[in-house]
Design a binder for this molecule. Structure first.
Ligand SMILES: Nc1ncnc2c1ncn2[C@@H]1O[C@H](COP(=O)(O)OP(=O)(O)OP(=O)(O)O)[C@@H](O)[C@H]1O
Length: 583
């Protein structure tokens, strides 16, 4: 119940739908319980005494009852659905909002397919219970109560004989719930894993095909599929045992009713019509009780789904970002003071004691082997991650004192793996600044050396891109994301291996253009090619998370250190790397 309590804020605002739906359900129950009474009256008061003139009245009464029942069933179902649909609309909305605010750390471990299945199948499971489950629960209780009351009215001893099986039913429902809940959680988890497989497979299809791993992938999927099937079969077994058992208990009760009821009729203490009514009532009484397993089933599914929804809804937010955005402007002075970063607790430090100062206008180059910590440094400025020790200052103020919005609005980030959305090139460039004019978009694209190739495309800036920017080369994607970063008019620009896929001539042009637009602002260039950062005002050379050398290109070339070694390796192919134009 804790799960339902925690999710109350989503469904409680729509309680009016639920209440009216439940009231309608009560009406339906009362009308259903009236059928056996009408049957009893027909037998005992019309057929036996031969009062056939009452038949038209009884027929009319039946038709009216059925008409009212149809109307109430309609109201009950419609309002029940309204309750479920309105609630999950809000849940889905909140889940999506939450997804936007979850931390980078969360996504480091999250599985897309699993998250997708939470947002779809689990939300749906929860809705199903809200739409039908609540009403079904009430139907069980009301049907049992009303039919029991009518039975007691007709004959107390016969009613007692009929309900003697109740404890058996109660115990089996309890046992059923205990086994079926974990089984359902298993199904949900397994479904999430299966979705993850599909999603990863589709996203990585190029890799799968290029390495001819299709059969391996089929095998891996089969494992997940089998696991899902096995979970389902296990649940089906529990379910399959339950129904016949309940029916058996119900039938025992009916046999007892017929034996004892028949005896009472023969004795003359019960009317035949009353026994006939009893026969209908006993199913009205036992049917819902047996169906209780179905309600428990729905409830278990909803609980399992609710649990998985809460796991997302209750996960920690990105950062404790209590600071309201103030629209602060940032000049771009970046200072690191003895910064240490650990991604995973008890793991090695990704950054150790990093200090540097980058006033506005400075171009900082970061070079070093892969995994040496270059990207990590830049990710601390935007607070994608938090340092373990030390402080990161922007314009002399710790980054923690800025709101995330203000901070990130002024930092243009071109990620190592640029992501483009399946929309037009224009919208991709203006993603961070949707109000930008067409002229600004073109200027940014020109600085990023993207304008010419965009104009060569069939619809220019209105060209639609495929998923993840399909239809563009790696270098073209990089240039579009550089244009996107420039369009937010950043005070700090981070190019994380952002020109690795463009030829050196184009890179040179981009850098010259950047020099103009980033004048008075700070630029960080992460690169493996020395040519990409040789003009930097300061180059930081990283090794295993530490700055092992720093200075300008000319100084580092004489320093007999790692930079010189990198240079030497690349120098062996000097003509190709530096080009004749001294890039
Ligand atoms: N999200 C993360 N979770 C855990 N460890 C991480 C994460 N990101 C990076 N690391 C680890 O931190 C270290 C530094 O990584 P970082 O990405 O900063 O290196 P890099 O110098 O930018 O490498 P590359 O040139 O390959 O991009 C590596 O050992 C890496 O495995």
């Amino acid at each position: 119940m804790d799960i339902f309590k925690k999710l109350k804020k989503y469904y409680w605002p729509y309680k009016r739908f639920l209440i009216f739906s439940l009231i309608s359900m009560l009406f339906v129950t009362v009308i259903t319980a009236a059928y056996p009474v009408v049957l009893q009256l027909t037998i005992d008061e019309v057929i036996y005494p031969g009062n056939f003139e009452l038949i038209p009245m009884i027929v009319i009464a039946f038709i009216v009852l059925m008409g009212i029942k149809a109307l109430t069933v309609y109201t009950q179902q419609y309002l029940g659905d309204l309750f479920g649909i309105s609630t999950v609309y809000k849940v889905r909305d909140d889940l999506y909002k939450k997804l936007q605010r979850l931390s980078f750390k969360y996504y480091d471990n999250a599985k897309t397919g699993d998250l997708m299945s939470r947002l779809t199948a689990d939300v749906e499971g929860f809705r199903f219970f809200l739409s039908f489950g609540f009403a079904e629960m009430l139907r069980v209780f009301s049907m049992v109560t009303v039919s029991l009351a009518v039975m007691l009215y007709y004959s107390v001893p016969l009613a007692l004989v009929t309900i003697a099986v109740m404890p058996f039913l109660a115990v089996s429902v309890y046992m059923f719930d205990k086994r079926v809940h974990p089984a359902f959680l298993g199904i949900r988890r397994s479904f999430g894993r299966m979705n993850t497989r599909v999603q990863e497979n589709i996203s990585g299809m190029n890799t799968v095909k290029s390495l001819s791993r299709e059969d391996f992938e089929i095998g891996r999927y089969e494992d997940k599929g089998e696991n899902y099937r096995d979970h389902y079969i296990k649940t089906a077994k529990i379910w399959a045992k339950y129904m016949p058992f309940m029916e058996f208990v119900g039938n025992v009760s009916v046999v007892a009713l017929l034996a004892y009821g028949g005896y009472l009729v023969m004795q003359g203490s019960l009317q035949p019509g009353e026994l006939a009514a009893f026969f209908s009532l006993v199913w009205m009484f036992l049917g819902p009780l047996m169906n209780f397993g179905f309600v428990v089933n729905m409830f278990s599914q909803a609980k399992a789904s609710g649990e998985r929804l809460l796991e997302v809804l209750e996960s920690d937010l990105e950062l404790d970002d209590q600071i309201e955005p103030k629209g602060e402007s940032i000049k771009g002075h970046v200072t690191f003071n003895n910064v240490t970063l650990t991604y995973v607790e008890d793991d090695d430090e990704a950054l150790k004691d990093i200090s540097f100062d980058a006033p506005p206008g400075k171009v900082v180059g970061l070079i070093g082997a892969t995994g040496s910590g270059k990207s990590s440094i830049t990710q601390l400025m935007t607070r994608f991650y938090e340092p373990e020790q030390g402080e990161v200052l922007i314009d002399g103020k710790p980054t923690t004192e800025y709101s995330l919005k203000d901070l990130r609005k002024h930092i243009g980030f071109v990620l190592q793996e640029p992501f483009l959305f399946s929309t037009t090139i224009k919208e991709n460039i203006s993603y961070g600044n949707p109000e930008a004019s067409m002229d600004d978009i073109i200027d940014a694209a020109k600085s990023a050396q993207a304008h010419d190739f965009i104009m060569e495309m069939p619809n220019g800036y209105d060209t639609l891109l495929g998923e993840r920017g399909m239809g563009l080369s790696g270098g073209q994607k990089q240039r579009i994301s550089i244009a996107r970063a420039l369009l937010i008019n950043p005070s700090i620009l981070v190019l994380d291996d952002a020109t690795s896929a463009v030829d050196m001539q184009t890179e040179f042009k981009i850098q010259s253009a950047l020099k103009e637009v980033m004048h008075d602002r700070t630029t960080f260039i992460i690169a493996h090619r020395i040519s990409s950062l040789k003009h930097a005002d300061e180059i930081l050379v990283l090794e295993d998370g530490e700055i092992v050398e720093r200075g300008k290109h000319d100084y580092l070339l004489q320093n007999n250190g790692p930079y010189q070694r990198i240079y030497d390796i690349q120098y062996q192919d000097k003509e190709a790397i530096l080009g004749k134009q001294h890039v």
